[in-house]
Design a protein around this ligand. Sequence first.
Ligand SMILES: Cc1ncc(COP(=O)(O)O)c(C=O)c1O
Length: 349
Amino acid sequence: MNGIESLLRNHLKGFTPYSTARDDFKGDRGIFLDANENALGSVITEKWNRYPDPLQNHLKQALGKIKAIDPECIFIGNGSDEPIDLLIRAFCEPGIDEVLIFPPTYGMYKVAAKINNVSVKEVSLTSDFQLDMIQIKSAINHRIKLIFICSPNNPTGNLIKLRDVLELARVFKGIIVIDEAYIDFTESNSWIEAIPKFPHLVVLQTLSKAWGLASLRLGIAFCNRHLTDILNMIKSPYNISGLTQNQVLIALKQEDRMRSFVGEIKELKRELQSALQQIPIILKIYPSDANFFLVKFKDAKNVFHHLIKNGVILRDRSGLVLCEDCLRITVGTSFENKQLIIALNNYLK
Ligand SMILES: Cc1ncc(COP(=O)(O)O)c(C=O)c1O
């Protein structure tokens, strides 16, 4: 048994997963009478009558080239929310094990844990939104099987210090998940490079942000082969639709376009932040390495409702620890950002 398998929930050790109708024959051509599909076609012109590749092999080849990683170390999920849920289901015994998170952070870690009846231990970030290493080390115990680190962190927008993540990866023996949903907006290297050294590391990325493909629902977990085997074993058989697989294969050829979006969004962010600096009800604009940033207002709740009445929707984060009176602003188009500024100026009148 490898180190990762020893962390797996007991009832999943030696588990036989569902075998799909396409497991016994790998080619594209053949007379497929094995999956109870409609052989005559689809009710629409496009042909979607066949089940998609359950392991998304073409996509993994393409992603492997872009990310310089063995396709066997790639798990593809229906958004990165899918691997978040699967990791909890694989490693945390409901009612016994725990996950460790660092609020304020992305809400789905807690939600996914709660849905699975897994307790969540929380150690707040420090006032500069970094890991509180002393508190974290004293919080770690044998029941904690998974740690979620979000970098750049949502909703605060900052990267987590490399030195602290490294230290945690050395001291913690369970699974460490580094959520890099916003990594494409940063100058920082991905933690993917560290996977060969740390077999218990999972790096999450998504095509929902810089690639502009949120509606297609495609998230990725990069990790050691033993971990991708486990995720593949417990996922639902055809978790990524054929439509998504086709479209993403086309999209992955447009990496340059993604990079130019990122450049444009960064420029729009600078413009928006300098316009916001002129608005007196804004107390602080937090630095951010992502396509959003946190802003502290004089009276965030009232501002939030005023903006909604004016058709501008921000994310109210004022209820979160360390985020009192804060709203999270996603960088929009030049027009959208101007509408936000106009609506904020109207608040003062
Ligand atoms: C930090 C973080 N991780 C993961 C996700 C989920 O992304 P996906 O669309 O891939 O499910 C989000 C979405 O906002 C996010 O902010």
